[in-house]
Design a protein around this ligand. Sequence first.
Ligand SMILES: C[S@@+](CC[C@H](N)C(=O)[O-])C[C@H]1O[C@@H](n2cnc3c(N)ncnc32)[C@H](O)[C@@H]1O
Length: 197
Amino acid sequence: MRKQFPLFQTPIDLAHSYWQQCILPGDTVVDATAGNGHDSIVLANLALKNGTGTLHVIDIQKKALENTRDLINEHLDEDDRCNIHMHNSCHSQIDKIIEKNSAKLIVYNLGWLPGSDKKITTLSETTLNSVKASFELIMAGGVISITCYPGHPEGTIEEKKLLDLVRTLKADSWSVLYHRWENRSSSPSLILIQRSR
Ligand SMILES: C[S@@+](CC[C@H](N)C(=O)[O-])C[C@H]1O[C@@H](n2cnc3c(N)ncnc32)[C@H](O)[C@@H]1O
């Protein structure tokens, strides 16, 4: 399938291609749902260079942060690892972790920890609180990237509430894009929100 559609196969591929266009070495970036750390590695490779840049990694589950830490230790140099800060917290507390107007990119990859029992999934109330708080934390020109999974009941509610929220953002200050596959049932989707310069 990947050979058939080499441009992008999943919403994650799509998200990563936007992150590459947005992040410069030295930027402050945030992974608000660390999971197994795959997104964190992509973010670290884009933002951390020669001891500059900062990556904040947040997850409510200790196991997710351990998995992410293992992947980081495997893939990144010590110089870059120093600039990664792990937070075992609900992302609704993001405004206690990140300074206002400081983040170039804040990433949410919603749902549950892959390989886990699916009981701990992101919830619309805390996700919404976190995304609302992120509006204040993103710098001019920065982006919030949200991958949604409407194929399960909580994910459907979460995506709908997020879309209701982002559609209220004023077009002179925010650009909001929504991607989904129209020919795949219960397709994951990608919401991108950019703050104007
Ligand atoms: C789909 S996974 C993320 C995948 C990950 N970005 C990766 O590349 O492997 C979703 C993660 O969100 C975490 N999560 C769920 N609710 C959360 C919350 N309220 N605050 C922070 N993390 C949460 C879960 O523990 C899970 O690890």
